[in-house]
Design a protein around this ligand. Structure first.
Ligand code: TNX
Length: 558
């Protein structure tokens, strides 16, 4: 039994031996739930039936059932993020008590992890599954942070909808609850906007991409692109919603807009010939500050918010060079009219225009930490990516903060300096580095602690061309991340123990395998995942051993 308990990822707050006889699950299974938990009950019935082949039925509360779901608001407490639950196994029963639907959902996720890993498959592998005996136990659990986020960049490389859905499923299995979709950037626009059809007709496609590392300045000559339909995005939102995941859409502005400017050149500064960008990095071409351009942005936001009914809108705001503004007539006029001394203040002007509009829709604005420099309006949630100091500055300025530091939460970085690692933007961030990260920054004044909503891991996809490669970059780092945002640290403040996490992780990898997730093995990439060396794509910091030519491995993705 202890083996099973140790293998729960993320670790629950408390697990104790339960009372009574073991509980045996076998088909047919009934799940009793009140109407308010119908969605959670039907979801569990579906995944259980798929993975076991047992007929699973949802029945009204009070009916005889092997699994019972109920809400008990006293499990939660004021100031505590929703999601607390108690899972009790014993005397033939599995009882899932939650603080509400979220808690019941997480209790059900824990139940899935108590079953053999093969039951996470989408159909039974072999004859209908044998009965499963569960030893008596009580799991008491609750989330540590409200924002347990996973980010995906679908601009640099378009990722098919099927992959996005599978990823959201895995995000929910790990009890994360925010999914940040980076929908637009210099290299591709992925969300259709009816009022501006050229955004996808033109902006979703680029002629080619860098080959190897961007430093090599080579191109692959292969067109790339794609976009979701509005119904695809509605489906993604509904799928996430069923799993207690909120989708946060990002339309990055006023920088990172070359794809939109390629579609509508009048949005730009006219200093470069407009084209969907085919390089990686920071593009000096940005939105101009004309009133019509602000109008374009608010029009786009209206259509995006129609698709994404969640409480947040992310306006990006990162890496916006001001050279075009300083040189433009409009930029100079605005600076004089507003009495600005530095062109960076123009970004503050732009942010406030967007913020006013977002506020009028009743949503909360989110931005990368650069928005603080120009002066972001009160109430803006800040994602601190450049440094922990940026997080502290944002908190000191009164903002709620989500910690997204590039080290160790940028999963586009390589896992290690091993020359077999597939080509990555930088390195290295190990699963252990992620595990050791704690969103409670020791240097943050106690009075600002409650402004830390949580943390988020990012997958930028300049060097991540396929879903297989994305899975490699996420897993198992995402498993470690989930524990930092979900699981409480010891009451005495002692650091988390990576060795015991790794023991659980080894069993947890069987679950990922059953789900078909091509994670990175703990001892390094498999031959099919390892990189093939090509001229010019060696990382600059590659150690001497990289000089030895690696074998040409068929199936390597870059
Ligand atoms: C910085 S993080 C960026 C992205 C890149 C990423 C690569 C942020 C807000 N901007 O545009 O993709 O680095 O790691």
């Amino acid at each position: 039994m202890i083996g099973d308990l140790q293998a729960l990822v993320p670790a629950p707050v408390h697990v104790a031996q339960g009372a009574g006889r073991p509980s045996v699950l076998q088909g047919p299974v009934a799940i009793a739930a009140p109407p308010a938990l119908g969605r959670e009950a039907r979801w569990l019935a579906r995944v259980l039936e798929s993975g076991t082949g047992w007929p699973v039925q949802v029945v009204p509360e009070g009916s005889p059932a092997a699994i019972v779901m109920a809400s008990d608001p006293s499990l939660g407490s004021a100031g505590q993020p929703p999601g607390a639950y108690r899972l009790t196994v014993g005397d033939g029963l599995v009882a899932i008590l939650g603080d509400g639907p979220a808690g019941v959902f997480y209790g059900a996720q824990t139940l899935r992890q108590l079953l053999p890993a093969r039951m996470l498959r989408r159909a039974p592998a072999g004859p209908v599954s044998e009965p499963v005996t569960l030893q008596p136990l009580v799991v008491d659990d609750r989330p540590r942070f409200a924002w347990r986020g996973v980010h995906l960049d679908v601009s640099r490389h378009f990722m098919p909808k099927s992959f996005v859905l599978d990823l959201i499923d895995a995000v929910a299995l790990h009890k994360c609850n925010m999914f940040h979709l980076h929908l637009t950037d210099d290299q591709g626009w992925r969300v259709p906007i009816d009022r501006y059809p050229r955004l996808v007709a033109v902006g979703a496609w680029r002629e080619e991409s860098p080959a190897g590392h961007k430093r090599a300045r080579r191109s692959d000559g292969v067109p790339h692109g794609g976009f979701y339909s509005k119904d695809d995005l509605r489906e993604i939102v509904a799928f996430a919603n069923e799993r207690h995941v909120t989708v946060v859409p990002e339309v990055d502005m006023p920088g990172h807009m070359a794809a939109a400017i390629a579609a509508y050149p009048e949005l730009g500064g006219g200093t470069r010939s407009p084209a969907v960008w085919t390089r990686w990095g920071v593009c000096t071409q940005v939105l101009n500050l004309d009133e019509q351009t602000v109008r374009f942005c608010t029009d786009v936001i209206d259509e995006v918010l129609d698709l994404f009914p969640g409480p947040y809108f992310h306006m990006g705001g990162d890496e916006c060079p001001t050279v075009e503004w300083s040189r433009s007539e409009r930029g100079r006029q605005l600076m004089a009219a507003e009495g600005y001394k530095r062109p960076r203040q123009l970004q503050g002007w732009f942010t406030r225009r967007i913020a006013d509009h977002v506020a009028s829709t009743g949503r909360t604005l989110v931005g990368w930490d650069e928005v603080v420099e120009g002066g972001a309006p009160e109430g803006t949630v800040v994602m601190a990516w450049r440094s922990l100091e940026a997080a502290m500055a944002a908190a000191a300025a009164g903002h709620d903060v989500v910690l997204t530091p590039e080290h160790p939460l940028y999963f586009d970085w390589a896992y290690s300096d091993d020359p077999r690692e597939p080509l990555a933007i930088r390195g290295a961030i190990s699963t252990e580095d992620v595990y050791r990260f704690d969103p409670v920054l020791p240097a943050l004044a106690a009075r600002h602690r409650s402004q830390v909503l949580g943390a988020q891991c990012q997958l930028w996809t300049e060097y991540v061309q396929t879903p297989r490669r994305a899975q490699y970059q996420y897993f198992p780092r995402l498993c470690a991340f989930a524990e930092t945002v979900w699981s409480e640290v010891a009451a005495d403040g002692s650091p988390r123990d990576y060795a015991t996490f790794e023991l659980r992780l080894v069993s947890h990898l069987d679950r990922l395998a059953a789900l078909g997730i091509e994670y990175r093995p703990l001892d390094g990439p498999s031959p099919g995942q390892a990189r093939t060396w090509r001229d010019g794509d060696r990382p600059r910091s590659a150690p001497a051993r990289a000089a030895r030519p690696a074998p040409a491995v068929p199936g390597a993705v870059d």
